[in-house]
Write a protein that binds this ligand. Sequence first.
Ligand code: CA
Length: 467
Amino acid sequence: MKTLRNFICILAMSVTGVSTAIEHGEQDKTSKQPNFIIILTDDQGYADVGFNGSNDIRTPNIDRIANEGTKFTNGYVSYAVCGPSRAGLLTGRYQGRFGFGRNPVIDPTDTKAGMPLEEQMISEVLKPVGYTSSIIGKWHMGLHPKFHPNKRGFDHFYGFLNGGHDYLPELLIHKDIYSLPKGGRHYATKLNHNSEIVEIDEYLTDELSHEAVKFIEREQDNPFFLYLAYNAPHGPMQATQNYLDRNKHIKNKKRQTYAAMITAVDDGVGQVLAKLKALGLDENTMVFFLSDNGGSRKHPSSNAPLRGHKSDYFEGGIHVPFAVRWPGKIPAGQIYENSVSSLDILGTFAALTNAPIAKKRPLDGVNLMPYITGKDKGLPHDVLFWRNFDQGTLATRRGDSKVIHSKKDGDHLYNLATDLSETRNLIEKSNAQFEQQKAEVKAWEQELIDPVFRGLRQFKKKAKKNK
Ligand code: CA
């Protein structure tokens, strides 16, 4: 199997042109196809990383990704809550194109509530060009067995299928999501290693970090894609004493716990980077770091100076901490200010590997490499769009001009160059600009379809009704 995989890998390399030094042999790890790592955090506020100026939460390891690579000051995700944002990230496409327009209902018998099988995720795009893929952490792309990560191009899965989880091993008392007792909390299920149920004895974030390091060690000789999808610092707010102790300087207890959860992630990022260095993979591995949406108003997160929170289409919901590191390939300590999107990650990976993209499902994301390396001085995106179907919200950014057209929040026009905090609604002064951008986002909306499955909110409402 390994021989076959190496053969495919060499074949792929010879056609991609990514590497021209095959003759240097197996030992020259930098001559191989690049490895890809996405480190995704969950509900981490824009300002809750050192590289965006946090003065109480310390993230020296996460900061290395930005400081030794490129920090994006205008990095966006394609939705303001977990599920749809991840669906966009993993397909490189606006998830409204295929109806992943809300967080899926928690029902493992629902055959619609997940990533449509016709779509191609990063793992599926990279497989034909010789990559081994792993998802470690939160899946959230469907609970029904047909949506299982092992059926979606991920060779390795270690984590949980649902959208959130308890962190303390003693709380994980239920076998799995398919056999939850009545009233059983889905956050309290045991972890999965592929289809097996596993017992853990560590704090969940540590467990995920250790598994990531093991995966890198195991796959060091093959091109790999690691999707390290931490659920931290998403609720429930649970941290162990050692991480709390390292945040004693934070007096607000809730903020201290939230910070402790991020400290655990930061330690994990440190372990991943140390492993890459130790194995000589540093210069052949591209590492993205970002959060799946903004900090939640339920928790003591900070999106400063951005307005709003998770689930909003003000900047605080969709404008996230975002950085990429690739020593020797990307300038160190660079700040990139043009708007980029989580949708661009697959565009970048596909371009670097010449992985084919189906014509029927064109990417909305672009290859970021020419922009990061300065070869292309233009904009990766003239315009970005967002839609929340259930809220009746459309939003768009063209240049520095941001428009929100929302049943929930009303109509807004901001100039983000002069008013990043969205405090001065310019709509009275500039209705023409608003109308033009509204027409543009409405035209884009015509390309989308309605959500194809029931959502978490509908599920909750129904549950409440039945009580
Ligand atoms: Ca989230």
